[in-house]
Write a protein that binds this ligand. Structure first.
Ligand code: CUO
Length: 678
């Protein structure tokens, strides 16, 4: 990694401050003069015991600010929303400027010059996008929590730190540590507040920001099965949210279906705008975004057209031609993929965006502005407008439950998998279990903490401010599978592991259909079975959905890219947080089921050149610039209703799948320890 690559990281510091201010507590200094004299941009590493290094960068006066297109139309200091079409265009224009740079050094100076002239969130978005897109892999992205602490940490807490600094001796330099505990934005007076720890978890929100960064809409990014992954990743988040609700004795989330009725639960975010309880979704009639007005009626019309298409089995493209919707295709896009692009929607890919509209995105927008839909009060948007904060609001889940129900409407139109598609002859799972600390089938969750440096993103008079965030965590565990291969040769199989609560909110065992969309993917991996008996052990830390934990600026500064340990830092940001892999469970233990299915890797595998691209949390995030590495429909085998019979007997509950030799269902317990984990 050369200096420019490493220094790119510092462009993420103090996004709201002038770039000529010292960065990183005085470690780096970008000296950007005005454009008239067009001097070279100079990055200087400053003192603190470190020898001063100066990095002269050649003049790039050829990037005049007027070439930024619409990027300058999003005001500085205001929220930026990827759900708003004009903001997406602004992002595209800025990314285009950054993409034209030749290398990291070139990007560094162009970006340094642009800093301060465009909206801060837009700037960080575009910079992150281009670093990932250009595969400047050694220029790793620092955690979004440190870049924008104000989006993740209670304003009061940040104020507390500032007041303490104001009161203390100006020469004092010891870092201030602020605790951010479990109360988050709620008071516990309302049932929904009991889930604040989950909705406001830093890792979940950071994952969502990164997911939309790597699967952007209207950006001419042609990612494999993007529409299908939009469906699957969000479906899985809702499944996990519902699991967590059941742990707390709350009913499953209700879809937001009647857009004329008041929404019971408001959300009072601590950094941007709030939505009162019982606020209605309202017609969007603001003129401050250069957007056409959108009425609730428009959303209803789009929904109705999409549902018509689902039930008729085809869409109508912009030429008036039929586009068949089916998941049983041998070439071309699956119906779910087409539907995902239409519903999200991505106007570059949607088969007919004029007709099917912009349903999911505008739902976010109408909800984000329901407190001031006509700009009468000059209020900014609420959390639903920003992918880094939307998951804090209970209405996010109600909206996405509606989105998911629409996808499920389609999935239920698909033919159930046949016994042949579900079966894998010659392979039998004989036994499974999970082991934690030598104890079988009882997993532990509890609270843990993580330190972030808030002063990387916000200036506290140059003083270091750390925030200790409390979050859910679990003790790591291993899956054990005893599998027999009765074939004569080795057999490569895909192991698919899911978790779901055993009982519903009434305490009853669930039917296949009730449990079907609660199954949360825990892992998916390939193993080669030798003939005879095989004992497979797999660590929970290797999950196909999770990422390594958020990397702080300090982590990035300390990692030596040449060291073997650096491989562990192959971090691209996307992926479910490892600490949220398990639902909370209950203090007395809560019954869950693990479901395993083995499928034939020869049929599942996708032939492609191996790529060095980001490959964290592959099941949720895919692989950068490569095909999604599993040919089966996402969510297989629970994405469809079950066949009526398997092996000659009716299928009513998930355990009926386990009659197949290649499947297994196993009860475990998840115990929530109310104290801290070590
Ligand atoms: Cu991720 Cu609605 O798509 O938030």
């Amino acid at each position: 990694m050369d200096k420019s690559q490493k220094n790119l990281m510092y462009l993420f510091e103090l996004p709201y401050d002038s770039i000529s201010l010292p960065r990183s507590g005085g470690k780096i200094h970008f000296d950007v003069e005005n454009d008239v004299s067009r001097p070279p941009v100079v990055a200087t590493r400053l003192g603190g015991g470190i020898p001063v290094e100066t990095m002269p960068v050649p003049d790039r006066g050829d990037v005049p600010l007027q070439n930024l297109g619409t990027a300058t139309t999003v005001p500085l200091g205001s929220p930026f929303s990827f759900f708003i079409k004009t903001h997406r265009q602004a992002a595209k224009d800025l990314c285009d400027v950054f993409m034209k740079t030749k290398n990291a050094e070139d990007l560094l100076q162009v970006a340094a010059r642009v800093h301060g002239h465009v909206n801060e969130t837009l700037y960080i978005y575009a910079l992150s996008f281009v670093i990932l897109k250009k595969e400047l892999r050694n220029s790793r992205l620092p955690s979004i929590i440190e870049v924008f602490p104000g989006k993740f940490i209670l304003q009061e807490k940040l104020m507390e730190a500032q007041l303490e600094i104001n009161r203390s001796d100006p020469n004092e330099s010891t870092p201030i540590v602020v605790e951010h505990g479990l109360e988050f934005a709620g008071t516990q007076l309302k049932p929904e507040h009991r889930l604040s720890y989950w909705r406001e978890d830093y890792g979940i929100n950071a994952h969502h920001w990164h997911w939309h960064l790597v699967y952007p809409i209207d950006m001419d990014v042609n990612r494999d099965r993007k529409g299908e992954l939009f469906y699957y990743m969000h479906q899985q988040m809702i499944a996990r949210y519902d699991m967590e609700r059941l742990c707390l004795g709350l009913p499953r989330v209700q879809k937001l279906e009647n857009w004329r009725a008041p929404i019971d639960d408001g959300y009072f975010s601590f950094f941007i705008k709030t939505r009162q309880d019982d606020t209605k979704m309202q017609d969007f009639q603001r003129n401050d975004f250069g957007l056409d007005f959108t009425e609730v009626t428009d959303l209803e019309i789009w929904r109705s057209r999409i549902l018509d298409a689902i039930h008729q089995g085809f869409m109508i493209d912009s030429q008036g031609e039929r586009v068949i919707l089916s998941d049983d295709v041998t070439s071309g896009k699956r119906g779910i993929d087409i539907l995902g692009d239409v519903l999200e929607s991505d106007s570059n890919i949607s088969v007919n965006s004029r007709y099917y509209g912009d349903l999911h995105n505008m739902g976010h927008v109408l909800l984000a502005f329901s407190h001031d839909p006509d700009f009468a009060h000059k209020e900014e948007m609420a959390v639903m407008g920003d992918t880094a904060t939307a998951m804090r609001d209970p209405v996010f889940y109600r909206w996405h439950k509606f989105v998911d129900d629409t996808f499920q409407e389609y999935k239920l139109m698909q033919k159930p998998y046949t016994e042949e598609q579900l079966n894998l002859s010659g392979v039998k799972i004989e036994r499974v279990g999970v082991v934690r600390n030598n104890e079988a089938d009882v997993l532990h969750t509890g609270w843990n903490t993580r330190l972030f440096e808030a002063s990387r993103g916000l200036d506290f008079n140059g003083r270091s401010v750390m925030v200790r965030l409390t979050h859910l965590d679990h003790e790591p565990f291993n899956y054990h599978l005893q599998v027999n291969n009765s074939g004569k040769g080795a057999k490569d199989v895909t192991v698919r592991a899911f978790l779901a609560p055993k009982l519903n909110a009434r305490g009853q065992e669930m039917s296949f259909m009730e449990q079907r969309i609660l199954w949360a993917e825990m892992d998916k991996f390939t193993v080669s079975l030798k003939p005879g008996s095989n004992h497979i052990v797999r660590s929970s830390k290797d999950s196909s959905i999770t990422n390594t934990e958020e990397l702080t600026f300090r982590d990035l500064e300390n990692v030596d890219p040449e060291s073997p340990a650096a491989a562990a830092f192959n971090f691209c940001g996307c992926g479910w947080p490892q600490h949220m892999l398990l639902p909370r469970g209950r203090p007395e233990g809560m019954a869950f089921q693990l479901f395993f299915m083995l499928t034939d890797y020869a049929q599942d595998k996708v032939t492609q050149r191996t790529t060095q691209g980001c490959a964290n949390g592959v099941s949720f995030c895919g692989i950068q610039d490569a095909k999604y590495p599993d040919t089966r429909p996402m969510g297989f085998p629970f994405d469809r209703r079950p066949p009526r019979q398997l092996l000659g007997r009716d299928v009513n509950i998930a355990a009926d799948y386990a009659r197949l030799d290649n499947a297994y269902i196993h009860d475990i317990s998840i115990k929530f320890l109310a104290d801290k984990l070590n």
